[in-house]
Design a protein around this ligand. Structure first.
Ligand code: ATP
Ligand code: MG
Length: 468
């Protein structure tokens, strides 16, 4: 009996109001599952054999400070308090049409409602009926699957996935979040029904993908997505990272598995999903930049630049936000090799200043990415690489403290340069701006207005511009 888990006063109220209305009501799905997983949840779904809207209305009147939303066309209602969300829905039966994940819905029994659910671990229910208050109803042995860590559909997985292909993404998301194993037949159906993902909107697919990425160990989900070929359907660039090629006895690492390791490693250092995305995309342009140089081996020259230019088309297709989050990912991908270059000997302060300037507010995240990008299996090497990066970090801190480069702008900006020569924006103005910035960062001139003014005048003269 689970009475003691039903601490919120609403459970008793729902029980009493159901009794009055003559409805049988149950708590179902995620909330029940999460009790056993010891994940406290404040989202509760109630299924009633009767009208969900009628029940919710009666319950709302007895709960202080609660808000009721009614969705007439769906026959559902929602009660919100400051921190809880309760969904009320009448038990239903579903039948599917091949071209849509929206089923035809009719009223049904409690069993009908349990049968239409996605995984056995989500079919658990708790009775709120007077004589059985708190009793667990486990129609499909969901509790055993929960204890054994198994994701399995209650009915034929092929039918379940073909009916609503979003469930394939949900299976993989749960396997990742909970570190569960997908039962063999269910796994086979992910492969055979992968093509059905085409009827799901990209927003919904991406929503589940983001949940995978927010998990403690996202590689679990990406490996299943890869093995089932679901990944091909929406993220072919990542699939192309897989594989190794040998020539003249020289190979390169498998960039797919390398990327997944970097992603898992970055997850131990940051919860920021966009920094996690920079790990996913940091080597994305390795396949299109791959060359074999005779006598030398494999090179991926320029993969950081090309990769940074691949971010926007990928974000656009995946319907990810194109503003500030994407700007950060682009910057991190573009700069991901720079701190490594600073681990060499004889690094000048000006090289460090330049990185601080280029990275701006992304500098800490960039170092997190670089530390996570170390995947050598050799313990000694790994320690040395990490120590090198800590050293770079210290150098950056001391240069930054002295020169305050971050968020620094040259004393003369583009607009002033245009005014000086009565010019419109164009190549010359860009050249002068960059040269001025470089001259100061390299210590050729000092960082003050007078010197900058002289420098700009001189540059203008060389380019044949007239001072106004
Ligand atoms: P989370 O809240 O962590 O996303 P959840 O399992 O609670 O996980 P919800 O989307 O809140 O997911 O759905 C609540 C319940 O509804 C699920 O536990 C499941 O029983 C059922 N359900 C949700 N989506 C589907 C679906 N696509 N097909 C079948 N049943 C579903
Ligand atoms: Mg939920």
């Amino acid at each position: 009996m689970l009475q003691k888990e039903l601490t919120h006063p609403i459970f008793n109220i729902v029980s009493e109001e159901s009794q009055k209305l003559g409805f049988e009501t149950f708590v179902v799905g995620g909330f029940v599952r999460d009790i056993y997983l010891k994940r406290a949840s404040k989202d509760v779904d109630f299924v009633t054999v009767g009208s969900g809207i009628q029940l919710a209305t009666a319950v709302k009147n007895r709960l202080q400070g609660a808000h009721l939303n009614v969705f007439k066309s769906f026959g559902t209602a929602q009660i919100k308090t400051s921190d809880w969300e309760f969904e009320f829905v009448g038990a239903r039966k579903e039948s599917y049409d091949r071209n849509s994940r929206k089923p035809k819905v009719e009223d049904g029994t409690f069993e009908d409602d349990i049968y239409r659910r996605d995984f056995t671990i989500n079919t658990l229910a708790i009775s709120l009926n007077k004589d059985h208050f708190g009793k667990l109803i486990d129609t499909f042995n969901g509790l055993d699957d929960l204890k054994n860590g198994i994701i399995k559909t209650p009915l034929d997985p092929k039918v379940t996935f073909s009916d609503d292909p979003l469930r394939m993404m949900r299976a993989i998301r749960f396997a990742t979040q909970l570190d569960f194993f997908i039962e063999d037949q269910t796994f086979e159906a992910l492969k055979s029904e992968a093509h059905r993902l085409s009827i799901i909107s990209q927003e919904r697919i991406t929503d589940e993908l983001q949940k995978v990425i927010r998990s403690t160990k996202p590689s679990i989900g990406f490996k299943i997505l890869f093995d089932t070929k679901l990944l091909d359907k929406f993220f072919p660039e990542l699939v192309r990272l897989q594989g190794v090629e040998f020539r003249e006895g020289k190979g390169h690492k498998d960039n797919f598995y390398h990327t997944l390791q970097v992603l898992d490693q970055i997850c131990t250092r940051t919860d920021d999903i966009w920094v996690r995305w920079s790990a996913i995309l940091h080597d994305i342009a390795k396949p299109p930049t791959k060359r074999f140089v005779k006598g030398e081996g494999w090179t991926f020259h320029g993969h950081e630049d090309k990769g940074s230019r691949m971010v926007k088309p990928i974000f656009t297709r995946l319907k990810l936000p194109l503003g500030e989050p994407m700007r950060r990912v682009v910057n991190l991908v573009k700069l991901h090799l720079r701190p490594i270059a600073l681990t060499k000997d004889n690094i000048t302060d000006s090289a460090i200043r330049r990185l601080i300037f280029d990275a701006g507010d992304d500098l800490e995240d960039l170092l997190i990415l670089c530390k996570s990008d170390i995947t050598t299996k050799n313990k000694k090497k790994e320690e040395r690489f990490q120590a090198n990066l800590v050293h770079v970090e210290e150098n950056i801190a001391s240069v930054e403290e002295r020169d305050q480069i971050r968020n620094w702008q040259p004393p003369i900006d583009g607009i002033e340069i245009m005014k000086m020569f009565d010019m419109r924006p164009g190549r010359e103005i860009g050249l002068i701006k960059t040269a001025l910035k470089d001259a100061i960062l390299d210590g050729v001139i000092t960082n003050d207005y007078e010197e900058a003014y002289k420098f700009v005048l001189e540059m203008g003269k060389q380019l044949g511009l007239q001072k106004q």
